[in-house]
Design a protein. Structure first.
Length: 152
């Protein structure tokens, strides 16, 4: 199985989390690629591969929005809709519980769009709270290791 991590980030935290997963989960999958969402669209999913799993790792920006580098990807899911029933994915959403109405909004918005197009989410969302005092990369790696076992 291969894992492709699609990263939406403003400050680099989501990218750091993706890199930690890439380094710490190598024995669980054959290959892990980290792909920033800059310039990525729904066509990323056009070549179905049975052994490919996607992980969206996305921060939240502003009033619960996706970060700037993920806006083109997010919009393309709406502007170029297609059935994504062959896509299996998970979501790590970053947010701050100090803003309960928009907590993890970026990741949740992408998750909703993917589900609307028929993509199959594996497991529950991993919602990381910036105000928790916990190390987000450690939490994400622990979640991802368990999530990958569900995906097999």
């Amino acid at each position: 199985m291969k894992l492709k991590i699609l990263v939406g980030s403003m400050t680099g935290t989501a990218h750091s989390i993706a890199q930690a997963i890439q380094m710490d989960c190598t024995e669980l999958v054959a290959q892990i690629d980290v792909l920033p969402m800059d310039g990525v669209g729904v066509s990323e999913f056009d070549a179905p591969a049975e052994d490919l799993l996607y992980l969206v790792c996305c921060s939240t920006y502003g009033s619960g929005d996706v970060p700037d580098n993920a806006s083109g990807f997010y919009d393309s899911l709406d502007l170029e809709p297609r059935f994504l029933g062959h896509v299996r994915y998970g979501v790590i959403a970053l947010g701050d519980q100090c803003y309960p109405d928009t907590f993890c909004g970026g990741g949740k918005k992408i998750d909703t769009r993917l589900q609307d197009l028929g993509a199959q989410r594996i497991g529950e969302l991993c919602c990381l709270d910036a105000s928790s005092g916990n190390e987000p990369a450690v939490e994400a790696v622990l979640w991802c290791r368990q999530w990958l076992t569900q995906a097999h």
